[in-house]
Design a protein around this ligand. Structure first.
Ligand code: SF4
Length: 90
């Protein structure tokens, strides 16, 4: 069993966690309550951070939010900042 097996979003429409083709959050109002009560929010977010996942909402955090977290970590360690592409699907 992995953290994914315990995900509150398991079986949900993944469109809830990505943006539409116009760049708007898709059904974003339904995403955050799901993540906020998810028992695996921390491992989900850490997994996305470890993989530098540039798309979708993971652990309740948007790509822009993860970029900020990574940049704080990386610049503290002396590495270059992360700049995710400003994708329409981010
Ligand atoms: S934190 Fe959100 S995206 Fe991650 S597994 Fe839980 S519900 Fe899904």
């Amino acid at each position: 069993m992995t953290w994914r097996d315990l995900a509150a979003c398991k079986g949900m429409d993944t469109d809830n966690f990505y943006r539409d083709t116009a760049g708007r959050p898709t059904k974003a109002n339904r995403v955050h309550p799901t993540c906020a009560t998810c028992p695996v929010q921390v491992p989900c977010l850490n997994d996305a951070l470890d993989r530098f996942e540039p798309f979708g909402i993971w652990g309740g955090v948007t790509p822009r939010g993860r970029e900020r977290i990574l940049n704080r970590r990386l610049t503290t360690d002396g590495y270059r900042a992360v700049n995710y592409p400003r994708s329409r699907y981010g």
